[in-house]
Design a protein around this ligand. Sequence first.
Ligand code: NAD
Length: 503
Amino acid sequence: MTLIADDHTASELPQLVSLDPRDGSAVASYPVADAAEVDRTVAAARSDADWWAAQGFAGRKRHLLAFKGQVAAGARDLAAVISRETGKPAGDALLEVVLTLTHLDWAAKRAGRVLQRRKVAAGLINYNQKASVGYEPYGVVGVIGPWNYPFYTPMGSISYALAAGNAVVFKPSELTPATAKWVEDAWNRAVPGHQVLRVVVGDGATGGALAASGVDKVAFTGSPGTARKVMAAAAANLTPIVVEAGGKDAMIVAADADLDAAVDAAVFGAMGNAGQTCAGVERIYVVGSVAEAFTTKLVAAAAKLAPGGDDAASYGPMTLGRQSEVIAGHIAAALADGGTALLGGPESVAGGYVGPVILRDVPESCAAVREETFGPVVVVNTVADLDEAVSRTNAVDYGLTASIFTKDLHAGARLANRLRAGAVTVNSVLGFAGIPGLPFGGRGESGFGRIHGDAGLREFSVVKSVAVQTRSAMIKLLTMDRSEKDMHLTERMLHLLHDPKKH
Ligand code: NAD
């Protein structure tokens, strides 16, 4: 929760106060950065970007590992801040910190190998050239983040952007500014005097100002609707953008699946973090022969969950209070259109806390199947076979991740190839989250571009090609003064290299 206090005098900046969604108490308050302040911050970040780029891969690795050390040393403290701003149990917050450090460590150590300049073959005609490709920092990257994983998610962009040699100006969600400020402080302790990572606090207006500020790249994580606005703002300067948006991710349960494992993963994927996970499980397609057994086990497992405000709770409240209205709307429409509630129902949405809800046989046209619910609600629909599961999975506009449960790992891998998603797990959910080598991102309404992995490092790099002529060419083609002899030789070479009869 958040509010922008308006009781400021003309000489003071408006303050953004972040609130604990469990009891409404204030966590912290910061001045809101207006467009002029955003521009000043980006300008200041430019000189830090020059210093940072000049450190080279080895220097940056050293500083990034020092930053990692600061975060690791204060992990419990950071987890407490995350917990207060989001309402999630401390254990979930600590897991978020651990996963993030895995990525930061990997990006810091891997960047040099992936991004260093390397030779490429110049080819026969250009035998006199030395060709190479390099990956250079953009300069300043603007990162706009969400609130649901306020450290892990933006750090998926920040770690990789920094490792690729960019300075970062980070606009966190208005719900979680204290988490971002904690991270900025950790940076300043690790690398004093060089503010390569700067935070600007504010709501959508501050984010819009950052997107329009002329930063060299924007990394946006949030909803597809906001992504469109951010793209429009970035378009003014032709600023490139990577979009990590929402999901409506499906789990497919095959007839031969280990049902206990599938249920365990489904409950975690659908209900963990109160369902506020972009790559959480929101739909399950289970093959008819095991549908009854699966749903019986699923209901029994989910019925044990209890949301609450203490650390023993299965999950916390909705961080964004008004999300409860979206959840209630999806449940009501699904039931009105012929779906059945196997666990919970409209009564599960009680203020900020939402109990686990399992819906069955919901028409595929319903919002509960097609739109992001972002709550502890899952739809279980029965399919005749895996082909039907694939076509239903692929029929929504989102394409972030999907999961498959089957004992036949070859069949699982084949199915993975047929799913319209940026990442697929077989016999787990969210299994990619802690594997830094795997790029992450979606397609369709889930966005484009990649964070994490080698692709994530390259996402924050400008590709620079260099061709160095080491001696003059025997056949001179790149001149206004081509000789007949050279053209004759070229034609012979054309036939030699590209004659369709010979290949
Ligand atoms: P949101 O779209 O409401 O806001 C995201 C960020 O954009 C916030 O910092 C917000 O202040 C800022 N913003 C709002 N209006 C803006 C504007 N006009 N210009 C620039 N910035 C603006 O999303 P949210 O509610 O914070 O987060 C939840 C969404 O994020 C869900 O859809 C979820 O699926 C998605 N998400 C995606 C991923 C992923 O990696 N794919 C990860 C986490 C969350």
